[in-house]
Structure formats: structure tokens, C-alpha cells
Design a protein around this ligand. Structure first.
Ligand code: ZN
Ligand code: ZN
Ligand code: FE
Length: 816
């Protein structure tokens, strides 16, 4: 008790917390610790973070700070903690400790947490018949619930969220203002009487929640859920409005329903993610270890790619022959209710039509998804920003992010310390940078001071809809994070919409623009994450990316670089492949294989006959024509295309229905072997030795000469194996291992020559688990340190961050 007569004289302290301190229950936590230690004063969200002024005796203040240190909210990320005595004690001291309304400030160093999965306490209340929120589909508290999906502006307060239109009832208001309550200051807090409600739309028939009393409303809400479960059991497809957008759902054990969804969504093969009611349920079809379990049950709650266990609990059409299945547990109260009532895994795939962003509002969904979904489960809480589910997996216990969205974006990432130190040394402030990102798996990145905000995955930037999502994201990030771009950064590809937009803005604003080669951006994203500023050897295996070069290969993707954050030297690249028809060859990898066999005069090889037998003769002769006339046959060194090529040669990936399918099937084929079979095959010599061909001099200004890595021996070896009747699965496995081993040896040679100790491996091909594992093992054997992407995807989802770091690093050199 502080009455001014405590043992030591009254003191005042100012404490400031920076980092992820909003939307995580920071102020109530501070309040509780303050009252527990008898400290008076206030706490507020303001400029530069959470500010506290505390008054009490030295002992009380020390006790308060100790409690604060030991008892931060679970979701808070404290980046800096500052505490200093106040010079003056005001005459009129506060009577107690209070939470003062937010000071809107400039928000520059305040970060809100990303959306958080429903916490355990809320789940418990959700299923507690005695609780007034029993079965309320929008239950949440200071530890959980929507954040970025409902925010229009910072600071994070209810009037600036889509909850503004739901005035709290008396009971909720009481909790909200009661510092002892776990909903104290919880912005999206609501209940049956005052908050959002669900409804059911089935043709012209609708069910909604509009009764007077709590009991009646709950009964109506349950009717809606019951209708949804009945539809799902009947094999119908339901569009469900979730946290960051719509899902299309159907019973994951109903083969016919899943097939119908595939057909209507025009998604013949690409795997669907499932939502399962519990860990036990997941165990019935997939395996997971402790680390994977942590991700499945944590507050981010992404889709986790897990190894399937061979039990046929899920309909085969869910993920066809792939060895992994994407699984998530319920992350909103609505999902919890559905899963609890339905008790079986559901396919939960993004509610969009092919190529467009996911739908976020009812009108749009009814319009766009009307031909796919049989019925709609919707609600009236607006989704202000679209978020897909994040997708992750663990490789040898290490995180790999495949799609960074809900729960992860736009968490502030740190810019590499080495870059910040360099700027500090030069005495300059880093500019706010706007990096426009790639084309596919588009996301953009904005930086401010020491932080980078990488947007959520926005989809492929190839139509007006995704472009619109980009513009909206840009405006929102500038507003939320108070960013005024002073430098721009973009890809080199002349056809990328992101580049075209960057050029336009550059012209309009005269802001400096840095152009970053696609694969250099991949590399920088990886090394910057590791704060590795020195030169590295980069192995960038990717789909295609544009290069500005005088050489005739402008589509790169199988590159070995020596690079730092500013620039790169190309040391070697995979032997180029001709892509007859350009994009068409990416969709139909058989064209690439056929073109290669033709060029290398391997069409007569006995091992090629089965492949050729699968092709249509007239299509082959058209291809022959194109090759002879050099008609639309761009060359590419892309490693992704090499995987496609081998896949088609083995007769499995002749045509891809989605990006990377042929390569994914090739890896899946290798995984059909047992570990014993794999080990036995590893005893064999590598399929072939890959060689660095003598460098050809470049006409352009690159000083180094580039080696070509001849792939012919590997192709001939594969044909020989095929001719000898070896199993395609065995060949697929040996191809992966031999390729990784040979690349590792070449890389080691180059690293030694260039005196480099670290190898950065990035690019879309590193989503191939075998390639990651084998290449790393082999490089480690050569005594090399391997850097892999963990906080951002190795695929194009990492490009924007790489562009931003490269831009800032170059700007520093310009100043020097
Ligand atoms: Zn909660
Ligand atoms: Zn209420
Ligand atoms: Fe790429």
C-alpha cells in the first residue's frame, strides 16, 4: 500500500517498451503488475511504444519492474526496454494506476501482433455450458483473436477496427474496463448480445441470428452450425467465411465430394489442405514430431505439411499421390465449433476462383463462388485485410516457410544488424524503402528505420484483382507503419507488373530506384536473414527469373553466384534448356525433354522410346519445326526446368496443371521408396559426373567468366537406366542424390577458388526436401557452412525482402 509513508521517499520512473506491444494484452499486464506492487501512475500506447509512468518507493518500483520483466504477455516481443528516473515528481500524483487512452502519435515504433489463434482459456469457455459465451463463434480475449484482419489504422483500438460497428453490451463493457478481467482492454471482445453473428445461406433459404434473448440467439447460432454440418455430411461444398477470407470446405473423407470440389474449382491435382478436429484425428492420417506439434497447436496456427502415414482416412483425391499433406487445427472459435460438431477432417482450401485473391465479403463470395459452393456459412464481422493461411513445414527440425500470411505477416522483421551498424558508422539514417516484389507468389516489402515489413502473400500478380490487392496493401502499410518511401526497388523482368508499377512511381516521384536481379534478390533475402554481410557462394535453384545480359540466356534459374548484399558475380550456371513455346513449355514439360533429346541427338536412345511413345506425333513435328526455325524457343538455365525435364523423361510429369507440378511429382516418386531401398541405392556410384565446362567469355561488362554445368552426362545416365529397365522411382531418387552430390562438389571447388566459406542456398527448388537435405549434407561434408531461408520462404515470397536489403546496402555505398 502506498500512502506516502513507505520506508523510502517517493520516486518516479518512466518506462518505455518497444516491439510487438499492442494487441497482446500489454497494458492490462502492466496494470496488474503495477497494482500488485502498489505503484501509482499510468500506462498508454503512444509514440514509440508502450509508455509507463510509475510512482512509488524505490522498493515498490523495483518490485514492479521485476514483475514486468518476469511476466510479460506470452505474445509480446520486446525489442527494447528503457527505464529512467523522472527528474521531477508532479505536484498532483495520480491516486491509483490507470490505463490512459492511446496517444495516436506517429506510430513509428509500435507494432501490433499478427492474428492469434483462439487461446486455451477461450476454447474452454466456448465449450462451458455455464459460460455466457458458451458456443459463441467470436469469443476472444487479450491473448487471442483477430488483429490485422480487422485493423484499419493504428493505434490498435476498437474504433479503428471492423469491431467499431458493434457497440459493447453492458456485460462486455464491464469486462473490458475491469483490470482484473482477462478481457480487460481486449479490442475485438464481444458476445452473443453485442457482437458479430453467423448466418447460413442455402439457395434462397437463409438462417440468421436475430432473436431477442441470449438463449434464443444461441439456439439460432447452433441452427446455423447444424445446417452447415448437415450439408457437409451430405457431401456438399460449403463456402465458409473465416478470419482472413473465405474457405471452400467439404468432407475430407468423402472422395466424391472432394472430386467435385476439384472439378468445380478447376484444380485437378494440386493438393488440398485439411483442417482436423484434434491432434488425435491428425494421427489417423499423418505423422508429426514434437516441433511439428508445437506449430500445429501454437498461436500462429499455419497449415503444416506433414508426412502421411499410409492410412486411408482421407479421400485419395485430397492430396493424390503426394507424400505430404497440409494440415491445420481450428484457429477461430467458429472453426472450433465446426470441428467439434463435425468431428471429422474437412478439406479447407482458399475460397477464390483460380488466379484471383480469396474472397473476403459475402456479396463477392456469393457472386464468385456461387458456381463452386452449394451453400455459405457467413458472418457479419468485416474482413478489412485479406490473409490466406500460412503454410510451413519442418525439414530436419528447421522451419521452412512456404507461404507467409495469416499469423506471420506483417510481423516486423529486423533489417540485418550489419547493415544498421554500417549506417550508424556512416552517420546516416537508412531511407524508408519500398520493394515491389516479384510477379508470382507476390508480396512487397517496406522498411522503416531498423525494420522491414514484408506483406502477406498476395498471390500471382497477373491480373487486375491481385494488382488491386497490391495497391490496397501498399496504402495500408504506409498508413499503419507510417512509412513514406524514399527509395524504390524492383525486379528486372520487363514484363512483371510489379516492375512496371515501380517504373511508373519512379517517374512520378523521382525517387531513386534500384533494380535487383531476381536470383540476387533470392540470395540476399537468405544471407540478410542470417546477418551475413560478407561475400558468399550462392546456389540459387529456381524457376525462371530475368537477367539483363548480352548472353543469349536471359532466363536464369540454375545459378552459382559469388555475391554480397550489393552485387553479384555469376560463376556458373546449369546448361541451358530450350523452352519451345516459352510459357507453354513450363506448363508442358514434355516439350523441354523432347527439345533436349532432339538437340542432343538422343531421340534414338533406347531409354527414350517409352517417353517418345507417350507423345502425340503431330505435336512433336510442330516442335521440330519450332526448334529448327528457332521460333519462340527461349533458353533457360532454370534448375526448376531441369527437374521438370527429368520428370517428363520418366513419363510422370509430361504436363503440369499447376506451377512446379512435374518437379513435385518427381520428388514424390522418389519418396515412394522405403528408407531401406533409398539407402541401398545410395551405395551405388552417382548416376554421372557433372562437369564445369570451360568458361565462355562474356561480352557484357561482367568481369568473371561463367562456367556452364553440363547436364548431358546425367541425362544419358538416366536414359541408360531406363533402357536397362530400372524402376523410375529408383531413378528419381538417384537423380536427386547425384545432382545434389555433384553440385556440392562443383560448389566446393568454386568456393575454394574464390576463398568463400559460406554457401547460401535459395530459390523455389529448395522447397524440394530431398534437394535441401542432400545438398546440405554434401556441402557440410566439404566443410562448408550452409545458409537456408527460415523467416521467409525460399521461393519468390522472399524476393521483396532481398530487394529491400540490396537497395539499402547499395544506397550506403553511394553515400561513401
Ligand atoms: Zn483468448
Ligand atoms: Zn457483449
Ligand atoms: Fe524466383
Amino acid at each position: 500500500m502506498n500512502c506516502g509513508c513507505s520506508s523510502s521517499p517517493l520516486q518516479g520512473r518512466h518506462i518505455q517498451l518497444k516491439g510487438i506491444v499492442q494487441g497482446v494484452g500489454m497494458r492490462p499486464t502492466v496494470y496488474r503488475h503495477a497494482t500488485a506492487s502498489g505503484v501509482r501512475g499510468w500506462v498508454l500506447n503512444g509514440v514509440g511504444g508502450v509508455h509507463i509512468q510509475a510512482f512509488g518507493s524505490a522498493e515498490e518500483l523495483d518490485q514492479f519492474e521485476k514483475l514486468l520483466h518476469d511476466g510479460m504477455p506470452a505474445q509480446a516481443v520486446i525489442e527494447s526496454y528503457y527505464s529512467a528516473p523522472l527528474d521531477e515528481i508532479p505536484d498532483k500524483l495520480p491516486q491509483n494506476f490507470s490505463i490512459t487512452p492511446s496517444d495516436s502519435g506517429d506510430g513509428s515504433e509500435v507494432f501490433v501482433s499478427a492474428d492469434l489463434a483462439t487461446c486455451d482459456s477461450c476454447v474452454q469457455e466456448l465449450f462451458d455450458p455455464e459460460n455466457r459465451r458458451y458456443r459463441y463463434p467470436f469469443i476472444n480475449c487479450t491473448d487471442c483473436g483477430p488483429r490485422f484482419t480487422v485493423i484499419a489504422d493504428l493505434p490498435y483500438d476498437r474504433p479503428k477496427t471492423s469491431m467499431a460497428e458493434f457497440p459493447m453490451c453492458e456485460a462486455c463493457d464491464r469486462e473490458y474496463h475491469d483490470p482484473a478481467d482477462r478481457r480487460f482492454d481486449a479490442q475485438p471482445d464481444a458476445c452473443f448480445m453485442c457482437g458479430p453473428q453467423i448466418s447460413w445461406i442455402d439457395g434462397r433459404h437463409t438462417l440468421c441470428v436475430n432473436a431477442e434473448t441470449l438463449e434464443e440467439r444461441r439456439a439460432q447460432s447452433d441452427e446455423v452450425l447444424k445446417a452447415c454440418c448437415e450439408a457437409l455430411s451430405a457431401g456438399r461444398i460449403v463456402a465458409i467465411k473465416g478470419l482472413g477470407g473465405f474457405h471452400l470446405a467439404c468432407d475430407a473423407s468423402n472422395q466424391e465430394a472432394v472430386e467435385r470440389l476439384r472439378q468445380r474449382k478447376q484444380r485437378p491435382n494440386k493438393a488440398f489442405a485439411v483442417m482436423a478436429p484434434s491432434l488425435e484425428s491428425i494421427r489417423s492420417f499423418a505423422e508429426f514430431n514434437h516441433a511439428e506439434e508445437q506449430w500445429l497447436t501454437g498461436s500462429v496456427r499455419p497449415i503444416v505439411l506433414l508426412a502421411r502415414n499410409g492410412k486411408a482416412t482421407l479421400a485419395p483425391a485430397v492430396c493424390n499421390q503426394l507424400p505430404e499433406v497440409g494440415v491445420m487445427l481450428p484457429y477461430t472459435p467458429l472453426h472450433h465449433l465446426l470441428m467439434h460438431d463435425y468431428q471429422k477432417p474437412l478439406v479447407m482450401t482458399s475460397g477464390n476462383i483460380s488466379g484471383e485473391p480469396i474472397c473476403t465479403d459475402e456479396t463477392e463470395a456469393l457472386d464468385k463462388l456461387g458456381d463452386i459452393a452449394d451453400a455459405f456459412l457467413v458472418h457479419n464481422r468485416k474482413i478489412l485485410t485479406r490473409y490466406d493461411d500460412s503454410l510451413i513445414r519442418l525439414i530436419d527440425g528447421e522451419l521452412q516457410i512456404i507461404r507467409r500470411a495469416r499469423g506471420l505477416a506483417p510481423r516486423a522483421l529486423s533489417l540485418p544488424q550489419a547493415l544498421l551498424d554500417q549506417a550508424a558508422e556512416l552517420g546516416i539514417q537508412l531511407k524508408d524503402c519500398f520493394a515491389f516484389g516479384p510477379e508470382q507468389k507476390h508480396c512487397f516489402c517496406m522498411t522503416r528505420n531498423q525494420h522491414a515489413f514484408v506483406s502477406q502473400h498476395l498471390g500471382d500478380l497477373e491480373n487486375q484483382k491481385t494488382l488491386q490487392a497490391f495497391y490496397e496493401g501498399e496504402a495500408l502499410y504506409k498508413k499503419l507503419f507510417r512509412i513514406t518511401p524514399q527509395a524504390l526497388s524492383c525486379d528486372l523482368h520487363p514484363e512483371y507488373l510489379s516492375r512496371k508499377y515501380a517504373l511508373r512511381l519512379h517517374k512520378e516521384t523521382q525517387l531513386p530506384l534500384e533494380e535487383v536481379q531476381h536470383h540476387h534478390a533470392h540470395l540476399v533475402a537468405c544471407t540478410a536473414e542470417h546477418n551475413y554481410a560478407d561475400r558468399v557462394l550462392g546456389i540459387i535453384f529456381d524457376g525462371t527469373g530475368y537477367a539483363q545480359t548480352d548472353a543469349d540466356i536471359k532466363l536464369w534459374g540454375g545459378e552459382i553466384f559469388e555475391a554480397d548484399w550489393k552485387d553479384f558475380i555469376q560463376l556458373a550456371q546449369l546448361e541451358p534448356l530450350k523452352l519451345p513455346g516459352g510459357k507453354a513449355a513450363i506448363q508442358e514439360p514434355w516439350r523441354i525433354s523432347y527439345a533436349y533429346l532432339t538437340e542432343q541427338e538422343l531421340l534414338e536412345h533406347p531409354g527414350a522410346q517409352k517417353f517418345i511413345g507417350q507423345l502425340e506425333e503431330h505435336k512433336c513435328s510442330i516442335l521440330q519445326h519450332m526448334l529448327k526455325a528457332e521460333l519462340n524457343c527461349p533458353k533457360s538455365s532454370s534448375a526448376g526446368r531441369w527437374f521438370d525435364m527429368v520428370s517428363a523423361l520418366l513419363g510422370i510429369g509430361l504436363v503440369s496443371s499447376y506451377e512446379g507440378e512435374a518437379a513435385i511429382l518427381l520428388e514424390a516418386l522418389a519418396h515412394t521408396l522405403t528408407s531401406k531401398q533409398k539407402l541401398a541405392l545410395k551405395q551405388h556410384k552417382p548416376l554421372a559426373q557433372l562437369e564445369l565446362l570451360a568458361p565462355c567469355e562474356r561480352k557484357d561488362n561482367s568481369t568473371a567468366s561463367v562456367h556452364s554445368i553440363s547436364m548431358r552426362p546425367l541425362v544419358v545416365a538416366i536414359l541408360d537406366e531406363l533402357a536397362a529397365g530400372s524402376s523410375p522411382a529408383g531413378i528419381a531418387w538417384r537423380f536427386h542424390c547425384s545432382f545434389a552430390e555433384q553440385i556440392a562438389q562443383l560448389a566446393a571447388k568454386l568456393a575454394q577458388k574464390r576463398n568463400l566459406s559460406h554457401i547460401a542456398c535459395s530459390g523455389g527448388c529448395f522447397m524440394n526436401r530431398i534437394l535441401v537435405q542432400e545438398l546440405r549434407k554434401q556441402l557440410n561434408c566439404q566443410g562448408l557452412e550452409v545458409l537456408l531461408a527460415h523467416t521467409l520462404p525460399p521461393n519468390d515470397g522472399g524476393i521483396a525482402y532481398g530487394q529491400a536489403v540490396c537497395c539499402l546496402a547499395r544506397q550506403l555505398t553511394r553515400v561513401q
